[in-house]
Write a protein that binds this ligand. Sequence first.
Ligand code: CS2
Length: 485
Amino acid sequence: MSTGLQKQTETPVEPPRLNRTFWSAPKAPIRIVHLGLGAFHRSHQAWYTQQAGDAADWGIAAFTGRSPDTALALAEQDGLFTLVERTDSNDSFAVIGSIVEAVDGADVATLAVLLASPDTAVVTLTITEAAYLADSDGAFNSNAPDVAADLATLRSNAHPTTPLGRLVLGLAARRAAGGGPLAVVCCDNLSNNGAVARNAVVGMAEAWEPGLAEWISTNTSFVSTSVDRITPRTTAADVAAVEAFCGYRDTSPVVAEPFASWVLSGEFPAGRPRWEDAGALFVADIEPYENRKLWLLNGAHSLLAYAGQLRGHRTVAQALADLACRHAVEAFWDEAEANLPARDLAIPAYREALLARFGNARIAHNLSQVAMDGTTKLRMRAVPVLRAERAAGRPGSGAAVMIAAWMDCTARLPPAQDPLAAEVAAANALAGTARIRALLELVDAGLANDAGAVQLIESLTGTFAEALPLIEPRNRLTSPERTQL
Ligand code: CS2
């Protein structure tokens, strides 16, 4: 018997692509230009800008770095993306609309037009630590090969390829157009990052056209910041989770921990969003905040990255769960803490919070990602603590073991991305103490001349093999003691 019903061929309904119907606020005018459109910019500065009470006045034009992919993907979503805030038990989802234009970084002509505009008041940067081409003392290295290549393009009126060269060209357009003063806000994990950015931008301009360097020095405020929000790389599973929960397809969501912090110090001659509405802190003296974050968070991250990979772990949470790594982190923290001013920094609570943040196993933060650019990162994360400990007459083993573990990784794991990768490989062709000294020289020339430091680091290589290392933290408090502080 026929039912009279035809069998339907079911075609799965494609969810719509994330678009403005999911985010109804009008586009804010472009007043911020960002260089380095990656996941961290989106989970941090874009989020802060969206939370500001005057967000409607502050749109971001964000330029990618080497690869245009994120710009191309976001442009198809009108700049919109989903921020997934991930706790250790659940996810929450929010659309972020503060990026109103996502642009391929190679489009230097658009960058120049935007920087020339007097409407643009702020330039934010997340171009990676290595991109500032700084020596270990933060001075601009005008002999770096990238600088020579960019200077040649600038001189021949072609488009530079490094973020520094592009920024300098944009600032030249601003000077020519009379666009007026503005603020450059460095959001990379470097100590004294405003000064490092100033040295780099003014140094590059000086080598091209000294008059421009002078204009930049007078008209650009280089704001120093300490930025913080753990933001792992987005995975295919994250894309699927957004689709399942939100009912639209977003090819470029960002996952981050709920915690966020932004401490800033400096002038904004053409204004800025009210980032303080979202919890940003404006301070006169940023150094203690920078050091607290760079040493305790980033330092521990690098230590976990090298020690953890040597012990076969893949993520920060996995490494922290290994007592060998955990003890090394606590010992390093004891040393770092001894060199931080105790007042106002609430270091015991900060450490306790870090353990919880690192321990969030739902944030799959890959150690291999943290391990990249080791020569630059160790300079900010291990060297200052090691130097301070040695100056105080203590060995500094907690910081030294981070450098030793990095050295072991360079020899035992596939080569990681590093601005000095060729030099690292050449140093590894040496043996014994000569190898240790040559590798240390790439991180800090001064320490490489300290025979005691070289010997200490050499003695700590091999720490993270199979057996538990014998590093015991000095003043380790138990969790209940810490929470009471
Ligand atoms: C990490 C940072 O990859 C790294 O070097 O240490 O990206 C870290 O996750 C952020 O600074 C957290 O704010």
